[in-house]
Design a protein around this ligand. Structure first.
Ligand code: ADP
Ligand code: ZN
Ligand code: ZN
Length: 732
């Protein structure tokens, strides 16, 4: 590496710039290295973006970096350039982007390689250290305590946990209290072999595997579009096998690890290859270990959620995005990136294929596949002997209902239970009831901090706001006229209660964020469902994500109507995806499935399209509509959001921002708004937004690069919190 006199360093601050430093003494340091640098009065970890020969910082202001943390770069050039590209594309401060891609321990200065030596207490240390060290030797005692608890640990961990300098450890060593020893060698990576063969592939699966395998040497973006149960996972497994055989690694992104235990156990069952799973339950040490395994090539398959897209890989061979339509791939705050979109950028830079899999692909992905039909693999039949479910609508206007469950639905549930089937009911709302209402005066319970109703929870004991988390006890009566109040509408808790009355003998389970708080609870419930111990299952979105319920023969969508008339142009897409995803949970084995969708709008085109032509027909219609009205994927959008405790400030700021735009004319770029957010007040803050729409990516970026830097100088900017969301997915 060339030694440059200066370094451009990214530091974890909201400032949109890099900081120049003099390179430290000693070995050459360059792009991707982490360095300790002085920043204000602090000593912080920075990531070198590049080595530079010149700086505009005057010599008397220029400070020197203290030292490099490692003898090698932490981020390889490919990952570093992906991250700086993403910072630019999503208009987010580069320091925050680079540090958010690193495990916490690395952000705090732990070495990038696992330390070869560990520390432990000696026999003398165990007996005497805590007994004899004086109370004022705070650090020494802290280290002794830490080692009593941990038994052994690398120096970096001990020093960061006890906030001690390395001299403290040496001091204890000189007293004979601690000793350093070599870590035992970890096992040699076992060769990858297939433990268990899967079922023979059907024709469509074989074609898909072939098509993807033929592109292992270059970039291609594949869409694996297969109805639920069509054997997409089986296709992944076969392609992964080919990639592993080439000595390469596979990165698999899934919406939520906790919701996909089945997927992971299938991977483990199939391959005798080291797997790194990056999930939110890992502690910092485990997360760093998984990250290192990926970076050093030890982990051959890396599975994780959104942020795993930034995992370093020594021999990357393939990226898979499972359930690519899922909203969780887009981060909704801070660095608002889309892991799905970045997977394409990363794969393209690496020259490897990416496979996007879904039963309900996003319209963006479908539109791309239409332009490149050679990358589209369709699995239109269910694998094995399973047949597609029968969909039917239940008109809520025509039939009486018990707590939101219509009479024909009740009869169908009974029929399935009598035939020995399992029944699953889906409702997009947790809690007991979404509204607490006074029939006497019309009052209803609202959150004090949000423009929203409070949801009744725990069979009517608590009121909780689903937007800010505020909680209040249930009032004894109407706050306005003191009359008796009543919960109106249904959530999962109330549906469960109604079902217990309707089907007293049937064992039930409820799956939502409230009932699945405890660790392992979801897995346990799913196992009970699979063993047939549960006959009726009620749940929210959590049910739609990838579970395989082979015994379920009836799926009921209790209310399809939220989302039919939203102002968000993506609402109908999300609704169609949800309906098709839940419907797909039914009848996966040899029993045919039935799906009932309850609605007050049975003639709504979205529902009739879904019923007659499935998701494909809906998507065709929706794409035509988006094209005619100029929404993505036929345009690009960004959302400038602002919020403040004062109601007028956000709109004023956005109006000023809007007026500034005339100074940055870019052909085709259009500003829509400003307008208050659909829910204007949330958690005590008023929110407003301004949309920027452009015919494609480059005019949008051109406009933003001129316009955004000026916004910070607007006088109103100091009175609001503002942010930009490029390729915004949620318009609220
Ligand atoms: P998807 O990921 O599309 O939902 P899966 O790969 O999970 O589908 O397959 C659904 C079910 O069908 C699984 O139980 C799987 O083992 C089985 N399956 C997949 N492919 C085949 C095949 N070719 N022959 C028989 N069964 C299959
Ligand atoms: Zn009242
Ligand atoms: Zn609230």
């Amino acid at each position: 590496m060339d030694r440059t006199p200066y370094l451009a360093v990214a530091i974890d601050t909201p400032l949109r710039q890099v900081f120049d430093y003099r390179a430290p003494e000693g070995a050459a340091v360059g792009a991707g290295f982490r360095v300790w640098v002085p920043f204000g009065r602090r000593r912080v970890v920075g990531v070198v973006v590049e080595g530079i020969d010149q700086t505009e910082v005057p010599a008397n202001k220029l400070r020197a970096a203290f030292e490099a943390i490692d003898a090698e770069p932490t981020l390889d050039p490919g990952l570093l350039s992906l991250l700086t590209w993403a910072a630019e594309y999503y208009r987010h401060p580069v320091g925050e982007v680079l540090t958010s891609a690193l495990p916490v321990l690395l952000r705090n200065g732990a070495p990038v390689r696992e330390e070869k030596f560990l520390w432990r207490l000696t026999e003398l240390g165990r007996e005497k250290a805590l007994a004899t060290l004086p109370a004022r030797s705070v650090r020494l005692r802290a280290i002794a305590q830490y080692l009593t608890k941990q038994e052994q640990a690398p120096a970096s961990e001990i020093l960061s946990a006890t906030e001690s300098p390395s001299s403290a450890l040496r001091n204890l060593e000189a007293r004979g209290f601690v000793e350093e020893f070599a870590r035992e060698k970890t096992d040699i990576v076992p060769p990858v072999s297939i433990v268990r063969a899967g079922p023979p592939l059907n024709e469509a699966q074989t074609a898909a595997v072939e098509r993807i395998r033929n592109t292992l040497d270059f970039f291609a973006s594949h869409l694996l579009y297969g109805v639920t149960g069509s054997g997409k996972t089986e296709v992944y497994l076969h392609v992964i096998e080919a990639v592993l055989a080439r000595g390469q690694q596979v990165l698999v992104l899934v919406p939520e690890i906790a919701l996909t235990p089945q997927l992971i156990s299938r991977f483990r069952a199939r391959f005798d290859a080291p797997l790194a799973v990056l999930h939110s339950g890992l502690n910092d040490t485990e997360r760093l270990a998984a990250w290192r395994d990926a970076r050093e090539g030890t982990a051959r398959i890396v599975i994780g959620t959104r942020s795993a897209i930034f995992t370093p890989l020594l021999h990357p061979g393939l990226i898979i995005i499972d359930e690519e339509h899922d909203a969780s791939f887009k981060q909704q705050d801070g660095f608002r990136y889309s892991a799905r979109d970045l997977s394409l950028v990363r794969a393209q830079r690496l020259g490897i294929p990416v496979v996007l899999g879904s039963a309900t692909p996003s319209l963006e992905t479908l539109a791309r596949a239409r332009k490149q039909p050679e990358t589209l693999s369709l699995l239109s039949q269910r694998a094995g002997s399973a047949r597609p479910p029968q969909l039917a609508l239940v008109d809520l206007r025509k039939h009486g209902a018990t707590q939101g469950i219509a009479t024909p639905t009740v009869m169908t549930i009974r029929r399935h239970l009598d035939a020995g089937g399992q029944v699953m009911l889906f409702i997009n709302r947790r809690g007991y009831a979404p509204v607490l209402f006074c029939p006497n005066c019309g009052w209803s319970a609202h959150c004090r901090r949000c423009d929203a109703h409070l949801t009744v929870h725990a069979r009517g004991r608590d009121l909780i706001c689903h937007h800010c988390g505020s909680q209040e006890p249930m009032p004894p009566g109407c706050s306005n006229c003191f009359a008796d109040v009543k919960p109106v509408g249904q959530g999962t808790e109330r549906i469960e209660e109604a079902l217990q009355q309707l089907f007293p003998g049937a064992p039930m389970a409820r799956i939502d964020r409230d009932s699945m708080r405890r660790k392992g609870e979801l897995e346990e419930t799913l196992a009970r469902v699979n063993r047939g111990e549960i006959r009726i299952l009620v749940g929210t979105q959590m049910l739609t994500k990838g579970h395989d319920f082979p015994q379920v023969t009836l799926v009921v969508v209790l209310n399809a109507d939220q989302g039919l008339f939203s102002t968000d142009f993506r609402a109908s897409e999300r609704l169609a995806q949800t309906i098709v995803q839940v419907a797909g949970r039914a009848g996966r084995a040899d029993r045919p499935g039935e799906v009932l969708i309850q609605t007050e709008y049975p003639e709504h085109p979205l529902l009739t399209l879904l019923l007659t032509g499935g998701y494909a027909a809906f998507a065709d219609g929706a794409l035509t509509e988006r094209e005619q009205s100029g929404w993505p994927p036929f345009a690009r959008i960004a959302l400038l959001r602002a919020e403040a405790t004062d109601q007028d400030a956000p709109l004023k700021f956005l109006q000023d921002a809007h007026d500034l735009a005339v100074d940055f004319p870019v052909r085709g770029v259009q500003l829509l708004g400003p307008a208050p957010a659909p829910m204007e007040r949330r958690a005590g803050r008023f929110r407003a937004q301004l949309m920027i729409r452009a015919p494609s990516h480059s005019p949008l970026q051109k406009f933003l690069s001129g316009w955004l830097p000026i916004l910070a100088m607007l006088p109103e900017a100091r009175r609001v919190r503002w942010s930009i969301d490029v390729d915004a997915a949620e318009l609220s």
